[in-house]
Design a protein around this ligand. Sequence first.
Ligand SMILES: *Cc1c(COP(=O)(O)O)cnc(C)c1O
Length: 413
Amino acid sequence: MDVTTKINGEILANLEKELLPMYQQIDEISLHNHKKVLNAFHNCQISDYHLKGSTGYGYGDSGRDRLEEVYAHVLGAEKALVRGQIVSGTHAIALCFFGILKPGDELISITGSPYDTLEEAIGIRGNASGSLKSLGISYKQVELTDEGNIDLELAAKTITSKTKMITIQRSRGYAWRPSLNISAIKEAVDYIKKINKEIIIFADNCYGEFVEIKEPTDVGVDIIAGSLIKNIGGGLAPTGGYVAGKKELVDMAANRLTAPGIGSAVGASLELNRLFFQGLFMAPHIVSEAIKGAILTAKLFHKLGYEVLPLPEEGRTDIIQSIKLGTPDKLIAFCQGLQKGSPIDGHVTPLPSGMPGYEDAVIMAGGTFIQGSSIELSADGPLREPYIVFLQGGLSKEYTKLALISAAQHLGH
Ligand SMILES: *Cc1c(COP(=O)(O)O)cnc(C)c1O
């Protein structure tokens, strides 16, 4: 490709021709997952009145309860907790850690550093009151191998009699590493359960839902958590998070969310049920649009000479596309260009700033209908070497295409 030509729609249309076989594979996964969701709706006999919400304590909220049954079916889990009162993905993950782990227990991450926002919750960074560390729950981490795989032998050596839980992060988060696909997660689960089947395996499923035809809970992971303003909310859930897995463990997380004794039996769904149901219904398709946009992004920036991860043709297990831009100026320009292509706040210029839970300044572009939603198109990156931008989401591939043109042009291409 002639890199002096201004990026335009025609250039992207030509690149897309080469991606058609991949688009077809993505459509097949989407169809499979859509059928899974539809079957769950049928199994749970969802009716119009389930779309209505409750107020106050939320006793007898049949819509909320059915929604959780549908989630459990879709995720291959015994039980799910799906609530607007779970404020974010970090909160959903924290419910699992704090609900299940007790003083004296040990948590091991076998996928290297956890997502930035979890560092303070665990106590790896800072001195936050109420962190796992402050409660006497210890933490160890096993780095990924140079190839980005789980180091199972080292993990086995790291496990002690205190090890209560092992945590796995499916998606790359803000790291330059491959994401862990479902078959790699299954291999790790089988290996660890052979060492000690009592160890609880947790997976941070953020950004992973519906990218493959299985979820971690389908392959033996005991409990997972994620955000509703990412994949599984389908762009319609305005807030919320979920936890799903073994009933006993989900109940522990629910006791942490509300209080021991009331657990998942309370919690008004307000007006959220319809949006949660409809968002879940749309999610397999929306995720497929986001992946197509990610592949197109990879293709374009690879051609422009940037290092991209994953490569356009590589298999995917999350919706994130990372591009190594190399300089702070380029990172900022990319995000500002993408912002210009957004439906909301397209006239606003994002700048790097400190964010609660993140160590480095972060620049975030995302002119979204739902604040911070990253199933809608967004791009962000911490202001640190080697200035990687992480792009994710995109409610329609067409919109992603237009925003990409804006970002590339802003970079001078
Ligand atoms: C987004 C994300 C989180 C945290 O989610 P928030 O909703 O931003 O709190 C945790 N882990 C991973 C891998 C994520 O992508």
